[in-house]
Design a protein around this ligand. Structure first.
Ligand code: ADP
Ligand code: MG
Length: 214
């Protein structure tokens, strides 16, 4: 199985080849075809199995079909439990969006709030954020999620363990429209809080579990 077999746009395939990524990992093989069909996904696989590309590739592909530079942005929001993880996702995004108009902003705690307000006012297509800081920006009205097309929750179980449930629900409410696609990744799918938030935020998700019996 190659990236070519997953229905990905040739522009993405050539970026992946450039990065010397030829073979999709197991979670990528399972999640990418579902993601690019626009369906919701609830997935788990172990650390280091390549989940970041499993959600960023469908997101990039969806952006290819959008007109850039509109007041509807942001279109894709990725939430991660920690600043460090958000930075890693942002770095991976940069390898994919280089040379495209699909710009991104990194919105995490511990960084200057007003600089982030300025970055958000530029209507980035992608926002990679931690839930606490993003919820602060929604409160402050430095961004809106009216045009959000994809909400991606990375390490949802850890976000819930860190006490971000209220912020996740607030973000979900701010971005709650029929067009929205939601991808949720979690180390485990039987965590009670994950089950509860997944049933509220996902629409008939495809469940994918790789590498363990859950
Ligand atoms: P996870 O989120 O599941 O812990 P990551 O998305 O952080 O995993 O990926 C782990 C590492 O594997 C990263 O360095 C990433 O660049 C690399 N990687 C991801 N997909 C592939 C692939 N298809 N081929 C080779 N390396 C990959
Ligand atoms: Mg990860």
């Amino acid at each position: 199985m190659q990236f070519n077999d997953l229905g990905l746009d040739q522009r993405l395939i050539s970026k992946l080849n450039h990065l010397a990524f030829y073979k999709p990992t197991e979670i990528q093989q399972a999640a990418i075809p579902v993601g690019i069909l626009g369906k919701d996904v609830l997935a788990s696989s172990k650390t280091g199995s390549g989940k970041t590309l499993a959600f960023l590739l469908p997101a990039m592909q969806r952006m290819y079909r959008c007109k850039p530079f509109t007041r509807r942005d942001p279109r894709v929001l990725v939430l991660t439990p920690t600043r460090e993880l958000a930075k890693q996702v942002f770095a991976q995004l940069k390898t994919l969006n280089a040379g495209t108009p699909y710009d991104g902003a990194l919105i995490v705690g511990g960084e200057n709030f007003n600089d982030q307000v300025k970055a958000l006012r530029k209507d980035p297509m992608f926002v990679i954020a931690t839930p606490g800081r993003l919820a602060d920006h929604l409160e402050h009205r430095s961004t809106h999620l009216d045009g959000l097309e994809m909400l991606i929750l990375d390490e949802a179980d850890r976000m819930l363990d860190l006490g971000f449930e209220a912020q996740l629900r607030r973000i979900h409410e701010a971005a709650n429209h029929r067009r929205r696609q939601t991808l949720m990744f979690s180390a485990t799918l039987d965590h009670a809080d994950v089950v509860s938030i997944a049933s509220d935020m996902l629409n008939a998700p495809k469940r994918i579990s790789v590498g363990h019996s859950a």
